[in-house]
Structure formats: structure tokens, C-alpha cells
Design a protein around this ligand. Structure first.
Ligand code: ADP
Length: 304
């Protein structure tokens, strides 16, 4: 069809070319040129429309397939994460029930392990419910004026015992006047998770520095430690759900593998972006932004 149109166009133009050198455009004589142009444009338009529709359908199909794959992977991950603690709790409690003669020391050991696994389950369910809320119910999340410096100061105070135990230092250089229109719980979650990660993974003796600078309609935060760091190949996947660098260590610390995914979604909820990098002096640096004014319209697309 396109070849035919091209051929017809060339034919009419060249056929008329000689004549037009002597006669200017005349509607009565050149009506076929106008009709042909309209017909050609219509056909071309229809072809392009059809092509665009096909592309649209293909993109939606690919997106649906990708979403289905992601959902399947997520469900498999959740099932896998639930399996271990549930199996452990059953194992320990079965042993205790089947062996009433078991000594007090061993009984205590089994109870401590059962308690640890039950806490892991609770942490996992809490994290999943937080993510679910951000995925599907952002309009139910309360937005108010939040003082970020107060939240960070509270988290450092809450973690004093662990910080001392690990011989770490935390330097909070946040200005006192950082007020964000956002959700208090989610902003707490951002700094709580980053602090817990620094406590659990950066290593004994590490120091953490928290800073922020104003960039007009947003604040840019850095949360950096000088601990063991994360090698380059892990950085791009760090914010994926259930992605862990050191699986054994994360599980032993009671980690769910969802901490940084929650941090990313919470940052996105506040109209911001987050990235992780390896500073030259070692450790890991998280840099993220939070918008000062909250915009519900833009957050819905971002939290996925
Ligand atoms: P987890 O529940 O395993 O802590 P996260 O999503 O919070 O899950 O973190 C993902 C992984 O990133 C962790 O398993 C850990 O190996 C690594 N990580 C996070 N923060 C740090 C840090 N400050 N230093 C070194 N490794 C870190």
C-alpha cells in the first residue's frame, strides 16, 4: 500500500510538474491532486493509528506480563521467608512438647530460639503491611507537619545502648528547622532502618554522619557510615524487595530483606529519590531528598 502511494505521488507530481511551469495551480484542473493528497493523508493516518494501537497493546501486554512475574516472585519470596521461622517455631515447640523431661537449660535455649523466630515473623508481617499500605492505600496515610531533626534525635537516643555496645559514634548535623509536610511514621521508618542497618552491618567502631541541605522546595539528606561498605555490584539492587548482600548475616540479625525497599518507598511517598554509593573513605552513603510540601497526586505513581 505504501509503495503504491509513493508511486502514485511521484507520478502525479512529475506529471504535473511540466504543466505547472506554464500554468499556476488551478482548482478546477488540479482537483485530482487535492483529492489524492487527502486520500493519501487519510490512508497514511489510518496506517499510523493502527501501528500506534498495536504498539500500545504490545506495551500493555509486556507490562502486564512483567507485573505478573514480579507478583509471582514476590509471593514466592514471601512464602520462602515465612517458611523458615514457622518451621523453626514448630520444630522447637514440638521438641519441648514431646520431651517433658528436657533440662531447664535446654528448655530455656529452645524458648529463646522460638521467641527470636516469632519476632522475625512479626517483623516480616509488619514490613509487608507497611509496603502494602504504600502500594495500595497511600490516600489513607496521614500527612502533617513533621520536624525531621526531632525524629533523628529520638532514634539516636533510643539506640544509645546498642550504639555504645558497638562502640559506634553518631553525628547528627541536621539543622533544627527541617519541617516536612509528610507522614511522621514513614519519616521515622527511613531513619530507623538506616540506623539499624548501620548498627547491624557497618561494624564495631564505625561512625555515622547525618547531614542535610536545603534545595528550595526540598531537603537533600546524606546518611553515611565509614564501616565495611557494600561492593559495587550490589548497589543497583539494594532497594529491591528481599535483596540482601550477606544473606546469613541479615537473617541472623533478624533482618527481613525489606528494610531498604521500605526506605525507598517512604522517600518516594515524600516526592523524593534515594541512591546509595561508596564514599572514598569507605563505608556506604545513602543520599535522598524529601519534598517540603506534600503532593498526593505525584506520590501514587512513585511508590511502586
Ligand atoms: P535487611 O533486612 O537484610 O537488613 P535491608 O533492605 O535493610 O535488608 O538491607 C539490604 C542489605 O544491604 C542488607 O542485607 C545488608 O547486607 C546491606 N546493608 C544495608 N546497609 C548497610 C550498611 N550500612 N553497611 C553495610 N551493608 C549494608
Amino acid at each position: 500500500m505504501l509503495i503504491f502511494l509513493a508511486y502514485a505521488t511521484i507520478f502525479i507530481i512529475f506529471d504535473d510538474y511540466d504543466r505547472k511551469r506554464f500554468h499556476p495551480f488551478n482548482m478546477a484542473e488540479d482537483w485530482h491532486l487535492v483529492t489524492f493528497s487527502i486520500a493519501a493523508m487519510t490512508v497514511l493516518g489510518l496506517i499510523l493509528l493502527r501501528f500506534a494501537r498495536q504498539m500500545d497493546r504490545r506495551i500493555s501486554r509486556e507490562q502486564a506480563e512483567q507485573q505478573a512475574l514480579m507478583r509471582r516472585e514476590l509471593t514466592q519470596n514471601i512464602a520462602h521467608e515465612l517458611k523458615t521461622p514457622v518451621a523453626s517455631i514448630l520444630g522447637y515447640t514440638d521438641t519441648l512438647l514431646d520431651n517433658p523431661q528436657i533440662g531447664p537449660e535446654q528448655r530455656q535455649h529452645f524458648l529463646v530460639r522460638t521467641n527470636f523466630q516469632a519476632r522475625r515473623l512479626t517483623a516480616l508481617l509488619t514490613d509487608l503491611s507497611t509496603l502494602n499500605r504504600m502500594d495500595f492505600a497511600t490516600d489513607m496515610i496521614l500527612v502533617e507537619r513533621v520536624n525531621v531533626d526531632n525524629i533523628v534525635a529520638d532514634i539516636i537516643a533510643e539506640s544509645e545502648f546498642e550504639i555504645e555496645n558497638r562502640n559506634q559514634t553518631y553525628k547528627n548535623y541536621l539543622p533544627e528547622d527541617i519541617i516536612i509536610e509528610g507522614n511522621k511514621q514513614l519519616i521515622y521508618t527511613i531513619f530507623r532502618n538506616l540506623t539499624d542497618n548501620a548498627l547491624h552491618y557497618a561494624g564495631d567502631g564505625a561512625s555515622v554522619v547525618i547531614t542535610a541541605r536545603n534545595e528550595g522546595d526540598q531537603w537533600r539528606f546524606t546518611f553515611a557510615d565509614n564501616g565495611v561498605g557494600i561492593s559495587e555490584e550490589h548497589l543497583p539492587r539494594l532497594f529491591e524487595r528481599f535483596y540482601r548482600v550477606d544473606k546469613g548475616r541479615s537473617r541472623a540479625m533478624g533482618g527481613t530483606g525489606l528494610g531498604l525497599a521500605i526506605v525507598k518507598n517512604s522517600v518516594n511517598f515524600h516526592g523524593g529519590q534515594i541512591s546509595a554509593s561508596r564514599p572514598p573513605n569507605g563505608g556506604v552513603q545513602f543520599q535522598f531528598t524529601l519534598k517540603i510540601k506534600h503532593n498526593r497526586a505525584s506520590e501514587a505513581n512513585q511508590t511502586r
